[in-house]
Design a protein around this ligand. Structure first.
Ligand code: DQA
Length: 142
């Protein structure tokens, strides 16, 4: 079964971006660990990142067209702003797992609203890079 992990804006800077909040792992390191873990779970993983909202929407449509089992989405700041990503989740009719390295509820008030969470099947947040592996475990159990 195919699973896509999509990462939104600024996540390409992981490793150097506010490490006290997001940790020291690079996105490439997380991608490699996720690929290994997906293998052990019998899942085929595609791991991508874009800073562009519309590209993320296109990839979500692609996930549906290719019959993905589920989508794991760390939408970055678009989590808190994007009706388009919310609507894409509704449109593709795939289980979407909202993912965050940090726990947005412990942070600024503008991070407390999630347009993703209103449409997602479930949420994993606050466990740092390990959250990517936890999200894959969740997909395997769907
Ligand atoms: C984030 C949390 C968001 O609030 C923030 O805008 C990000 C990263 C996380 O993984 O903790 O870019 O999605």
């Amino acid at each position: 079964p195919l699973v896509m992990i999509l990462n939104g804006p600024n996540l390409n800077l992981l490793g150097t971006r506010e490490p006290a909040i997001y940790g020291h792992d690079t996105l490439n390191a997380i991608a490699a660990r996720s690929a290994t873990h997906a293998d052990t779970l019998g899942l085929t993983l595609e791991f991508r990142q874009s800073n562009h909202e519309g590209v993320l929407v296109d990839w979500m449509h692609e996930a549906r067209a290719r019959g993905a089992k589920a989508l794991i989405l760390n939408a970055g700041a678009y989590t808190h702003t994007s009706v388009a990503l919310h609507d894409a989740i509704k449109a593709i009719e795939l289980p979407v797992i909202e993912l965050h390295l940090s726990n947005p509820h412990t942070r600024e008030p503008f991070r407390h609203e999630s347009y993703i969470g209103r449409a997602a099947k479930g949420v994993i947040a606050g466990f740092g890079a390990a959250g990517y592996l936890l999200a894959l475990d969740a997909v395997a159990r769907l």
